[in-house]
Design a protein around this ligand. Structure first.
Ligand code: HEC
Length: 344
């Protein structure tokens, strides 16, 4: 075990004991949980008040179209954080140049049908040049440059027991996006008696959909609430704890989704260095891909020792035992079950 994983485990133990009011409480034991320590939770690692300023300053130009649904970034501070700030494609901490949000604001995104935001009329940069915005694009670039990659501190530090656990909505939308999967990988859609309806393609895909999201998908409501998601429709309170339910749902889900993502042809969201056919025969490439996944899922650059751990502890044994397909799937789901993914 590296010192870092040890540190993480100590921190995990602290997290599970729930020292301050708020985020992580031990197992949802009702009114008493977390009641003793009424200490305020310190700010989340990785988040900062500048993020709040940016959100509020962008809102007048964006919230009209982005306050609900899959793209509801401005619905709340949490939505902004989990749907936008934590989406590594839209925002790469430290790298405004590579962040699609910046390309959209500047009207320069070329890899998609939407090249600018707001979606019609002048781009945000043009509005900015005309003095019509509440924040300059240069300030947004600067915010991204200074944004810390979200992650849990490497040292056990009792003052930062307030890491967030990923929530069900982040898994539904953010993880799906990270893996390069889209709604149509899980559902076919059609009008049934004039009502727009989604049909689950296979129960094996472990689809996840908030029961509050239209069109409704009742079959996955239990899965969503097991992951701690809140729902008005099925009257479920959100549960931010790492419950047995959460773990028992995340494990098969991560395997099913990684299987789909690894087998999805041309999935450059996941394979941008190697391909699903790259194995130990091309060690450098496989290792570079794993390094990229480390950054993608854990928002942290791996050390050589971290990479050794994953290659010799996960990838290579799986490849030897069960073949390449399983090696990539297993490595992918290893990252999703990693404490640094689950907590940020
Ligand atoms: C007039 C409506 C409208 C406004 C205003 C608007 N957007 Fe959008 N935005 C959309 C639509 C529609 C989409 C595409 C959703 C889809 O792909 O189905 C979108 C997509 C996006 C995406 C997702 C892109 C992706 O690739 O995942 C981001 C990020 C985004 N908008 C940010 C913003 C920001 C920031 C602003 C304010 C500067 C803004 N939008 C203003 C309508 C709008």
């Amino acid at each position: 075990m590296t010192p870092r994983t040890r540190g993480t485990l100590v921190l995990l133990a602290l997290l599970l004991s729930g020292a301050c009011t708020g985020r992580i409480q031990s197992g949802g034991t009702g009114a008493g949980a977390g009641g003793g320590g009424s200490e305020e939770c310190p700010p989340l690692p990785g988040s900062n008040s500048e993020t709040d300023r940016v959100r509020l300053a962008l809102a007048p130009d964006c919230a009209g179209c982005h306050s609900s649904g899959d793209f509801g970034y401005f619905a709340s501070a949490t939505a902004f954080e989990s749907l936008l700030v934590r989406n590594a494609r839209l925002i790469k901490p430290g790298k405004p140049e590579e962040s699609e949000l910046v390309m959209l604001l500047e009207g320069k995104r070329s890899n998609s049908s939407q090249s600018q935001m707001p979606i019609s009329g002048d781009s945000f940069a043009k509005l900015d040049a005309a003095g019509k915005t509440k924040i300059h694009v240069t300030e947004i670039r600067e915010w991204i440059t200074n944004l810390e990659a979200p992650g849990v501190a490497t040292q056990a530090n009792p003052s930062i027991t307030a890491a967030h656990r990923v929530d069900a909505t982040f898994i539904e939308l953010g993880l799906r996006d990270l893996l390069g999967l889209v709604e149509n990988d899980f559902y076919s859609d059609a009008y049934s008696h004039g009502v727009y309806t989604l049909y689950e393609l296979s129960a094996d895909y472990y689809d996840l959909r908030s029961p509050d999201r239209a069109p409704g998908q009742w079959s996955t409501a239990g899965r969503f609430t097991s992951l701690g998601g809140s729902s008005a429709v099925v009257s479920a309170h959100g549960d931010p704890s790492v419950s047995t339910n959460f773990v028992q749902t995340l494990v098969p889900l991560s395997q099913a989704w990684c299987r789909m993502a690894v087998r999805k042809s041309g999935n450059t969201a996941l394979f941008n260095v190697a391909t699903a056919k790259t194995g130990s025969a091309d060690k450098a490439k496989a290792r570079a891909q794993v390094a990229d996944w480390h950054s993608l899922f854990l928002a942290e650059k791996p050390t050589e020792a971290d990479l050794d751990d994953v290659m010799t502890g996960v990838f290579e044994p799986l490849e030897k035992k069960a073949g390449l397909d399983v090696a990539w799937i297993g490595t992918c789901s290893y990252f999703i079950r990693h404490p640094l993914f689950i907590f940020y």
